[in-house]
Design a protein around this ligand. Structure first.
Ligand SMILES: Nc1ncnc2c1ncn2[C@@H]1O[C@H](COP(=O)(O)OP(=O)(O)OP(=O)(O)O)[C@@H](O)[C@H]1O
Ligand SMILES: [Mg+2]
Length: 554
C-alpha cells in the first residue's frame, strides 16, 4: 500500500495549459509591478503621442487612482475595441522595426496589463472629431461600446483600484507610504529631460502640484524649477563623444554636481536615446569617482543624456523596459567616467563653502505639511533640516564665534553696527601694533627672518582654515578646503607668542600676573643685572638690605 503511494509520488506531475486569463494576469503583474510602473507607461504613451502637456492626478499613492491627461494626437475611434488587447500597438509592425525604433512603447502590452490588474477608462479625441469617446476596459476588452462625450484635445486615461484582484500585492503596497514620492520622482526625471513639455503632478485633494513645469528654454532652468536652486547652482555642464566605429559611437551631454554639493543619496537621471533607463554599471562608475574625490558623505546629482545610433542599442532586454543594452557599453562608460572625473577634479580645486543662514532666499521653504517629505529634492538641498545645535561655523574669517550669528537674520542696522565695530577694532589693533615705530634693527632682522622663512602654503592653511575642534589635549582638527589637518596647538601657540612679542616689541601693554612678584625680589634682580653690566661684585647681603629699604618706601 505504502509502496504504491511512493510510486505515485515519483510520477512526474502532469503539464497543463494555463488559461488565458491566468497567463495575462501573471504577465500583467510583471509589467505593472507597482503604481509607479503604471505611471511610467502612461507618461511614455503620452510622450509617444507627441504631447506638449502631461498632467497627473494621484490618489492613495496610485492604488485608488492614477489619472494621466495629455494633449497629444489622441486614439482613433476604430482602434478603441482593440486598444487594451495584449500585443496591439501602433508603434511597431515588424521585428526589424525594433532596430530603429524611436518611440518608447513597442510591445503593445502596457495598457492591456493595466486592464488585468485594475479598472481602466479611456477618454480621447482626435483632430477631425467633433466630440470625444469614453470607454472602460476590463481584462483586455471593452466593458461597453465607446460613449460620445465632451473632451479636450488629447487623451485621458484613468487607472482605478490598482491590484484589486491581487490581494497580497495590494496589502504590501498599502503599507508602504513612499509610492507617491516615487511617482513624483519619476515625473521630475521626465520633466528635466523633456524640457519642451509641461508636466504637472498633483495629489488628489491637494491645491498645489508637487511637480509643475512649463516648457523651458534651458535644461538648467528645468532642473532649477524641479530640483531647486540649491541643486542647480552646484551643477557643471559635461559633454563627451566618440565617433570611431571600432571603439564606440555616441554623444553625451549632461550636468553633474560639483564639489560643493553634498547629498546622502545619489540622484542619477539617465536617458539613452530619450528613454528613461537605469544602468547600474554607469551609476557605480560615477559613484566611484565621487567617493574617491570627495568626502565620503557627499553623493552626487547627475543628469546624463546619451544619444547613439538606434542600431547600437537593444531596447528589448527587460520586461519593464527599465534597462537597455548598448554596443560597446564598457567603452562608453569608461569615457563618461573619465570626463566626470576630470571635471570633478578641477571643480574640487576651487571649492567654496556656503554658510547656512535662515535668511537665504535660495533655501527651500520650511513646510510643515507632509508633502515636503515627498518632494524629489535630494538631501543636499535640505540644509535647513540640520538641527541648529549641529550647525558648524564655516567661515574662519568671521570674528563672531557664536553659532547663532549664522542662524539668525542680521538686520541692516545690525550689519552697520558690526561694520563700525570692526573699524574701531582695527584702529585699536593698529594703535597696539605700531609697525612704523619699530626702531630696533635687531628685532627687525628677526622679523625679516621669520617672513623670509615662512611657507606660503602653510600660511594659507592657517589663515583660511576652519577650526573643527580639539582631537586630544595637544592636537586640534582644522579643515582647509576639502582636507583635514591635525595641528599641534602647543607649538602653534609658542610660535604665535614669539611672533607677537617681536612685532609688538617696545609696545607691550601692562601685564597683570596672577600672583604678584614680590617687589624685593625684583629689586634684587635689578641690582644683580646692574652688577653684570658694571662688572662690579658686591656681596649679596648688602643687596638684600638695599632692596628691603627701597621696598619699604613704596
Ligand atoms: N496617451 C495616448 N495617446 C495616444 N495614443 C495612445 C495613448 N496611450 C496609448 N495609445 C495607443 O495605444 C496603443 C497601446 O498602448 P500600450 O502602451 O499598451 O502599448 P505600446 O505603447 O504600443 O507599447 P508598450 O507596451 O511597450 O508600451 C499605443 O500603441 C498607442 O497607439
Ligand atoms: Mg506604451
Amino acid at each position: 500500500m505504502e509502496e504504491s503511494q511512493n510510486q505515485r509520488r515519483m510520477e512526474p506531475p502532469k503539464i497543463q495549459r494555463l488559461s488565458e486569463s491566468v497567463v495575462n494576469r501573471i504577465a500583467a503583474g510583471e509589467v505593472i509591478q507597482r503604481p509607479v510602473s503604471a505611471v511610467k507607461e502612461l507618461v511614455e504613451n503620452s510622450l509617444d503621442a507627441a504631447s506638449s502637456s502631461v498632467s497627473l492626478l494621484i490618489k492613495d499613492g496610485g492604488l485608488k487612482l492614477i489619472q494621466v491627461s495629455d494633449d497629444g494626437h489622441g486614439i482613433r475611434f476604430e482602434d478603441l475595441p482593440i486598444l487594451c488587447e495584449r500585443h496591439t500597438t501602433s508603434k511597431l509592425s515588424s521585428f526589424e522595426d525594433l532596430q530603429r525604433i524611436k518611440s518608447m512603447g513597442f510591445r503593445g502590452e502596457a495598457l492591456a496589463s493595466m486592464t488585468y490588474v485594475a479598472h481602466v477608462t479611456v477618454t480621447t479625441i482626435t483632430k477631425p472629431q467633433l466630440h470625444g469617446y469614453r470607454v472602460s476596459y476590463r481584462d483586455g476588452v471593452m466593458e461597453h461600446q465607446p460613449r460620445p462625450c465632451a473632451a479636450v484635445k488629447g487623451t485621458q486615461i484613468m487607472v482605478e483600484n490598482l491590484f484589486y484582484n491581487m490581494a497580497a500585492r495590494r496589502k504590501t503596497l498599502q503599507n508602504s507610504s513612499d509610492d507617491y514620492s516615487k511617482i513624483v520622482d519619476l515625473v521630475s526625471r521626465f520633466a528635466i529631460h523633456h524640457i519642451n513639455v509641461s508636466f504637472s503632478c498633483r495629489k488628489h485633494g491637494a491645491v498645489r502640484a508637487d511637480v509643475h513645469t512649463v516648457a523651458m528654454s534651458s535644461r538648467l532652468d528645468a532642473i532649477k524649477s524641479v530640483y531647486g536652486v540649491s541643486v542647480a547652482r552646484n551643477l557643471i555642464e559635461i559633454e563627451a563623444s566618440d565617433n570611431d566605429p571600432s571603439t564606440s559611437v555616441f554623444e553625451m551631454h549632461g550636468y553633474m554636481s560639483n564639489a560643493n554639493y553634498a547629498a546622502k543619496k545619489i540622484t542619477m537621471v539617465l536617458f539613452i536615446n530619450d528613454r528613461l533607463v537605469e544602468c547600474s554599471a554607469l551609476k557605480r562608475a560615477i559613484e566611484i569617482v565621487y567617493a574617491a574625490t570627495l568626502p565620503k558623505a557627499s553623493k552626487p546629482f547627475i543628469y546624463i543624456s546619451i544619444v547613439l545610433p538606434p542600431e547600437n542599442i537593444d531596447v528589448n532586454v527587460h520586461p519593464t523596459k527599465r534597462e537597455v543594452s548598448l554596443l560597446n557599453q564598457e567603452v562608453i562608460i569608461e569615457k563618461i567616467q573619465s570626463v566626470v572625473e576630470s571635471t570633478l577634479r578641477s571643480s574640487n580645486e576651487a571649492r567654496t563653502f556656503q554658510e547656512q543662514s535662515a535668511g537665504q532666499s535660495s533655501s527651500p521653504r520650511i513646510n510643515t505639511s507632509k508633502e515636503v517629505n515627498l518632494s524629489p529634492m535630494p538631501t543636499g538641498s535640505r540644509l535647513l533640516k540640520v538641527p541648529v545645535h549641529k550647525l558648524v561655523r564655516t567661515d574662519s574669517l568671521d570674528p563672531a564665534g557664536r553659532l547663532h550669528a549664522y542662524t539668525q537674520i542680521m538686520s541692516d542696522r545690525h550689519l552697520e553696527k558690526s561694520a563700525s565695530l570692526n573699524a574701531i577694532r582695527s584702529s585699536v589693533r593698529q594703535r597696539r601694533n605700531p609697525k612704523d615705530s619699530l626702531e630696533l634693527t635687531s628685532v627687525q632682522e628677526l622679523l625679516d627672518k621669520i617672513n623670509s622663512n615662512c611657507d606660503p602654503g602653510m600660511t594659507d592653511i592657517i589663515r583660511h582654515c576652519t577650526y573643527v575642534g580639539m582631537a586630544d589635549d595637544v592636537f586640534a582638527l582644522l579643515q582647509h578646503n576639502t582636507r583635514l589637518y591635525l595641528a599641534n596647538v602647543v607649538n602653534l601657540s609658542k610660535e604665535l607668542m614669539y611672533q607677537q612679542v617681536l612685532s609688538r616689541f617696545g609696545h607691550f601693554n601692562a601685564i597683570q600676573l596672577n600672583d604678584p612678584v614680590p617687589l624685593k625680589d625684583l629689586i634684587i634682580l635689578a641690582l644683580k643685572e646692574e652688577d653684570i653690566d658694571s662688572e662690579c661684585n658686591d656681596d649679596d647681603s648688602l643687596k638684600e638690605k638695599i632692596a628691603e629699604v627701597i621696598s619699604h618706601w613704596f
